[in-house]
Design a binder for this molecule. Structure first.
Ligand code: ARG
Length: 277
């Protein structure tokens, strides 16, 4: 009996070590294939036939959700740019809708090939940025009934200010507005909801975004003539740090699209999509 058990044990041991060896072999092959070309480089993207874009689709007119033919669709200015880039590269576009503050992490792990999300090319951000494809100032959103109470930057002092987590607006609110009670929320529609229900006094957003929300929400307005100076008033496409060849290619594509008037056209179309019901 004892002998039988130990024979059995030996067989099991031999079999399992064989299995482990096979597994290692596969893993090594997989790594070898992968280490030749990283999937997020220009060549890697062409090889896989797919461009994976990360965005945070809560930011009209740059990217937002819209029901089209009964289907929840992600649309907007940045989405048209991404589609055009995929076409130019001759690959499919895959969109991953994520929280804004997770996007840069997605680039550094290689899960995303590029991020187009109305993102400011802040030098402190761990990424390569393309040239700026759109310039935007900052605006303040308030409830219509408070329009006369908030007209200058000083009027914001001590107020509760809604901003999106991980954005430059969050930093600006904390740094530039005295005694601000900064409420960091995960999406822009959340900020608007908090404003409309008076849980916050105002919201800080890039001008076209603030205007987009004001256009479809009658009870909130953009404070006229109140522009907040920032160092980062343009948006660019982000790719993984050091992914220079892709950055250059994207700059070429952007420059050409701009010279053909496509960028302007896509922005107008995105605005129209946001404004129609
Ligand atoms: N431009 C700001 C930044 O880069 C905010 C961008 C938010 N984008 C979005 N899709 N929610 O921090």
């Amino acid at each position: 009996m004892k002998k039988q058990i130990s024979l059995f044990m030996i067989i099991i041991l031999v079999l399992s070590s064989l299995l482990v060896a096979c597994g290692k072999d596969n893993e090594a092959n997989f790594k070898d294939n992968n280490s030749e070309i990283e999937s997020y480089t220009l060549e890697g993207i062409k090889n896989k036939g797919k461009l994976i874009m990360g965005t945070s689709a809560d930011y009209p007119p740059f990217e937002f959700h819209k029901m089209i033919d009964g289907e929840d669709t992600i649309v907007g200015f940045d989405i048209e740019i991404a589609k055009h880039i995929a076409d130019e590269l001759g690959v499919e576009l895959e969109i991953k809708d994520m929280e804004f503050d997770k996007l840069l992490g997605g680039l550094s792990t290689g899960m995303l090939d590029m991020v187009i999300a109305g993102m400011n090319p802040d030098p402190e951000r761990e990424a390569n940025f393309t040239d700026i494809y759109y310039e935007a100032n900052l605006s303040v959103l308030v409830n219509k009934e408070d329009e006369s109470k908030i007209t200058t930057l000083e009027d914001l002092e001590g107020k509760s200010i809604g901003v999106q987590i991980g954005t430059t607006q969050e930093e600006i609110a904390q740094e530039k507005i005295k005694d601000a009670d900064v409420k960091s929320l995960s999406t822009n529609p959340d900020i608007v909801m908090n404003l409309k229900t008076k849980k916050i006094d105002c919201a800080l957003m890039e001008a076209p975004v603030a205007e987009s929300f004001a256009k479809v929400n009658e009870d909130i307005v953009v404070v006229e003539g109140l522009n907040i100076d920032t160092d980062a008033n343009g948006v660019a496409i982000a790719v993984k740090k050091g992914n220079d060849e892709l950055t250059e290619k994207l700059n070429e594509i952007l420059a050409e699209a701009k010279s053909k008037g496509l960028l302007d056209k896509w922005l107008v179309e995105a605005d129209e999509l946001n404004n129609e019901n």
